[in-house]
Ligand binder design. Structure first.
Ligand SMILES: [Zn+2]
Length: 277
């Protein structure tokens, strides 16, 4: 039995920005070592019950009312324990951000695609996006992420983050891209077909849509075709494979995982503004 945490929900009540909210929880926690104890945090913040199981039809659910007088969280382990930890943090985000309007009669019901939502569009998307931002901020604060980053971008850091923070590889790679200064993007694929891509501010638009085949001139295409699990080295590649730009030096590295899953990290080396002027 772990010791109960001493956290104060009233001190979080007026914080509406997810990033600030996660930082405020960590300020109360003090300098803890990873992984972040999300279950204990939720319980200390008035979540009365947390149930994990293989649930059908949703990834996570928060049972509550609009004024948050009570809270219970259900998290599916269908995609593993690490995904369930993220889901618990996501639902805790809905609970603490009292401006979030219930998405079901008795609380919030969140699907797998909601857990990847980053758009600030309609209310539902915005709420899901904010719950995700809170969740990753809680489970992977930059202070902890920095402990695992190498000097140069490397997908292996994503795997080290996964082990150290007990967060899924997908979430860790996204967080690494957010944290690093270099222009980076990641493309997730299954059986050689793109699932989705993400990028940080400095990286150009990736011209692939979900369902597209991996470009044949990419190193990722060869790595996935060989089906040898593990990491490739970073190699320079023709930029046109991934982006509509040819004035950029582009490097890629792929991790081939199990069951046809792969992730490719793209690193763009844009010309310095000084050199082009
Ligand atoms: Zn949600």
């Amino acid at each position: 039995m772990t010791e109960a945490l001493d956290l104060h929900r009233f001190e979080l009540a007026d914080i509406s920005l997810p990033r600030s909210l996660a930082l405020a929880v960590h300020a109360q926690l003090g300098k803890i070592a990873p992984p972040v104890p999300v279950d204990n945090i939720a319980r200390a913040l008035d979540i009365a019950e947390i149930r994990t199981d293989i649930f059908d039809g949703f990834e996570g659910m928060l049972l509550t009312d609009q004024c948050r007088s009570q809270g219970a969280i259900l998290a599916s382990t269908r995609h593993g324990q690490r995904r369930a930890r993220f889901t618990i943090a996501h639902e805790l985000g809905h609970f603490l951000m009292e401006q979030h309007v219930l998405s079901a009669e008795d609380g919030f019901r969140c699907r797998a695609q909601d857990m990847r939502e980053t758009r600030e569009g309609r209310r539902h998307q915005k709420q899901e996006s904010q719950a995700n931002e809170f969740a990753i901020g809680l489970l992977a604060p930059f202070r902890m992420v920095d402990l695992f980053l190498s000097k140069d971008p490397d997908l292996r850091d994503g795997q080290r983050l996964r082990e150290g923070l007990d967060v899924s590889l997908e979430a860790c790679v996204r967080r690494m891209i957010d944290r690093r200064q270099e222009p980076l993007a990641a493309v997730w694929s299954k059986n050689g077909q793109v699932r989705y891509s993400t990028r940080n501010g400095g990286f150009p638009f990736v011209h692939l849509e979900p369902g597209d085949r991996l470009p044949q001139i990419s190193a990722a295409f060869r790595a996935v075709g060989n089906n040898s699990q593990g990491f490739t080295a970073f190699t320079e590649i023709h930029a046109a494979a991934w982006i509509n730009r040819t004035d950029i030096d582009l490097f890629e590295q792929t991790r081939v995982g199990a069951d046809g899953h792969a992730v490719t990290l793209l690193w763009a080396d844009a010309p310095e503004p000084d050199e082009t002027d």
